[in-house]
Ligand binder design. Structure first.
Ligand SMILES: NC(=O)c1ccc[n+]([C@@H]2O[C@H](COP(=O)([O-])OP(=O)(O)OC[C@H]3O[C@@H](n4cnc5c(N)ncnc54)[C@H](O)[C@@H]3O)[C@@H](O)[C@H]2O)c1
Length: 296
């Protein structure tokens, strides 16, 4: 199946990036927000990101203008009617996502493919809100979308093979390396990453090492660009805790259970970099200091 026109539901952090890479790759792209104010904000972030690519010499000014000309921002789902692929990037809430897909199912042409950018929810549970289960996949992009090279393509037990092939090809056309996975909570990347992030917190709780020593251990011993406690702060403890709960509910294995320290930090509003406090104190953002009092 050929993809010509792409629809993106949501122009937040992820939706704006997903729309940007689609338009940059040459697809006519409709992107929808719930209000004009959010749409203007999302469109401005796309414009800013494209300008950075021009400054770095990756895109020409002409390519930027052509990309923007291919983008149609809207507040109406009806504008998705002729899309061949619709990618949903609204908040991580199953009921909201099911509502969006049920509405789209009555609007978008029947042969179109639907995809969700969810990080942790079940693609199968979203798919059942529509009458096009064989044409439903996950397309899990990473943040920031214009820079990150990976997209996870998620198939369910009923996805048609040609739909999987089209989704993989779409990932390549927007400049990503697609990897294929099945509909299990966490897919490939979070399945491996989340237990690692949680285990670094358990290591801290159990006194295996200090915050700095745990981070330096993985940075210098494994050549990771940042240590796991820094990465916890970067992703947001609330986000990882939420994903871990979903994975624990699915697999019932201790390795996916959020450790008590993490739950208490989330309750106390210590969410990491975005709240100014996490495993590090970001009062001086350029020089974070380990919050050693956490385990004393
Ligand atoms: N942030 C990340 O690093 C990341 C990475 C991969 C995947 N994701 C997934 O992408 C999706 C979007 O996340 P985000 O970070 O872009 O969030 P965001 O908060 O930046 O954007 C959320 C979007 O949802 C829309 N929205 C809110 N309430 C709605 C409703 N009731 N009905 C319809 N739309 C509604 C908002 O208008 C906005 O467009 C989530 O499923 C998230 O799990 C996020």
């Amino acid at each position: 199946m050929e993809i010509g026109k792409v629809g993106v539901v949501g122009c937040g952090l992820m939706g704006s990036g997903i729309a940007q890479v689609a338009a940059t790759a040459g697809f006519e792209t409709v992107v929808r927000e719930v209000s004009q104010e959010l749409l203007d904000r999302g469109s401005a972030s796309i414009e800013k990101s494209l300008s950075k690519f021009v400054e770095k010499g990756i895109l020409s000014s002409e390519q930027k203008s052509q990309t923007l000309a291919r983008l149609k921002p809207t507040t109406e789902l009806e504008d998705f009617a002729e899309c061949d692929l619709v990618i949903e990037a609204v908040i991580e809430n199953l009921d909201r996502k099911r509502e969006v897909f049920a509405a789209l199912d009555g609007i978008v042409k029947p042969e179109a493919i639907f995809a969700s950018n969810t990080s942790s929810l079940s693609i199968t549970e979203m798919m059942t809100a529509t009458r096009r289960a064989p044409q439903f996949v996950g397309l899990h992009f990473f943040n920031p979308v214009p820079l990150m090279k990976l997209v996870e393509v998620v198939k369910t037990v009923v996805t048609k093979p040609e739909v999987v092939e089209t989704a993989l090809a779409y990932g390549r056309k927007v400049g990503k390396t697609p990897i294929l996975t099945s509909d299990h909570a966490g897919f490939i990347v979070n399945r491996l990453l989340v237990p690692y992030l949680l285990d670094s917190i358990r290591a801290l709780e159990e006194g295996v090492g200090s915050i700095e020593d745990i981070d330096n251990g993985m940075k210098l011993g494994c050549n990771h660009p940042m240590g796991p406690l820094t990465l916890n702060d970067f992703v947001g403890l609330d986000t990882t805790c939420y994903i871990a709960e979903i994975m624990f509910n699915e697999f019932r294995e201790k390795r996916f259970a959020p450790p008590p320290l993490m739950k208490r930090m989330v309750l106390a509003g210590m969410l990491g970099r975005k709240s100014g406090q996490g495993f590090y104190d970001y009062s001086d953002p350029k020089n974070p200091k380990p919050n050693n009092r956490l385990v004393k």
